[in-house]
Design a protein around this ligand. Structure first.
Ligand code: R5P
Length: 307
């Protein structure tokens, strides 16, 4: 097996350290700073020559900076002689802008993926992309990990009786369906519209939720508007209580307070940051990501198939 090197980007160094511990990878020293004019300055300080290098960086807020820093780290590692570069991206920003929904808009997710490809990233480990269809936007082989083994036990531990899994919009239906069938509980959905960029309105509840605890399952909470709108519609339709599961805690300002006002329990992961608030039950992603790193490092070839 080739020497493995792990580089922590600036978005979530704690997660990178945990992955390094679990894989036994050497953490490569890197300095990330800014010039006076705001340009990012990167310098790889360790030896990555002939190494199989893994760069850990969720492209979370501030998305443009995190994305470009990841690209610069890859370019620097390539220039320093890394033999193969894999980006470990537990949260991929721009994922929601995966289609041109109106004339005049860019295909932002595709462009972000191509930027990473042109920086010399050979393979990418992603975790719960906004949609499976997004896999094809990446020019390199991709391992797409799912959150089921983290979130399903968390929901089971709640010990809810007669629960219903709810997708808060049409886009999340496949994931919610997966969860409902694994837990052997019914599925419901909310028909959502977006009257503005960050606004969510729940139009209708599809399915019977009367008297039942509802577990809303979504890929992320940003403003919290989607979960809150769904929760209010479910309560109006007779739901007994609301619990929320979202995989990526993006959490724009005030989102946690908004969600806490409607949900009794909240489960999420540390894909974006440590999410260290006592109101959140946080599942660690390091073992899952470390497993993918170990597998790729062991195979020596292209990316393994998506899980
Ligand atoms: C939408 O398609 C996503 O799956 C999430 O439902 C949404 O992006 C969450 O954003 P917010 O919390 O701002 O409603």
């Amino acid at each position: 097996m080739r020497k493995i090197g792990l580089i922590a980007g600036d978005a979530h160094p704690k997660l990178a350290h945990r992955i390094a511990e679990l894989t036994g990878a050497d953490e490569t020293g890197v300095s990330i700073s800014a010039f006076a004019d705001g340009e990012t300055r990167i310098r790889i300080e360790g030896d990555v020559r002939d190494s199989d290098v893994y760069i850990v960086q969720p492209t979370s807020t501030p998305t443009n900076e995190r994305l470009l820093t990841l690209a610069l780290l890859a370019d620097a590692a390539r220039g320093a002689g890394a033999s193969r570069i894999t980006a470990v991206v537990p949260y991929f920003g721009y994922a929601r802008q995966d289609v041109r929904s109106r004339p005049g808009e860019p295909r932002s997710a595709r462009l972000a993926a191509q930027i990473l490809g042109s920086a010399g990233i050979d393979r990418l480990i992603a975790f719960e992309l906004h949609s499976a269809a997004l896999e094809s936007a990446f020019p390199m082989p991709i391992v797409h990990l799912q959150a089921d083994e983290l979130m399903l036990p968390a929901i089971r531990r709640w010990g809810l009786r007669d629960a219903v899994i709810v997708s808060p919009d049409a886009g999340g239906l496949k994931r919610a369906q997966r969860f409902a069938s694994a837990l052997r509980v019914p599925l419901a959905a909310v028909a959502k519209t977006r009257p503005g960029d960050d606004a969510a309105v729940a139009r209708q509840v599809l399915g019977d939720v009367r008297g039942r605890p509802c577990v809303i399952v979504d890929d992320m909470a940003s403003t919290g508007g989607t979960i809150v709108a769904a929760a209010e519609a479910l309560l109006a339709a007779g739901a007994a209580e609301i619990h929320a599961v979202f995989i990526h805690a993006v959490m724009a300002r005030g989102a946690l307070e908004r969600i806490c006002a409607v949900a009794r329990r909240i489960s999420t992961t540390d894909s974006v940051n440590d999410a260290s608030d006592p109101r959140l039950q946080v599942e660690g992603t390091a073992p899952l990501l470390a497993g993918a790193v170990r597998e790729l490092a062991g195979t020596g070839g292209g990316a393994a198939p998506s899980s």
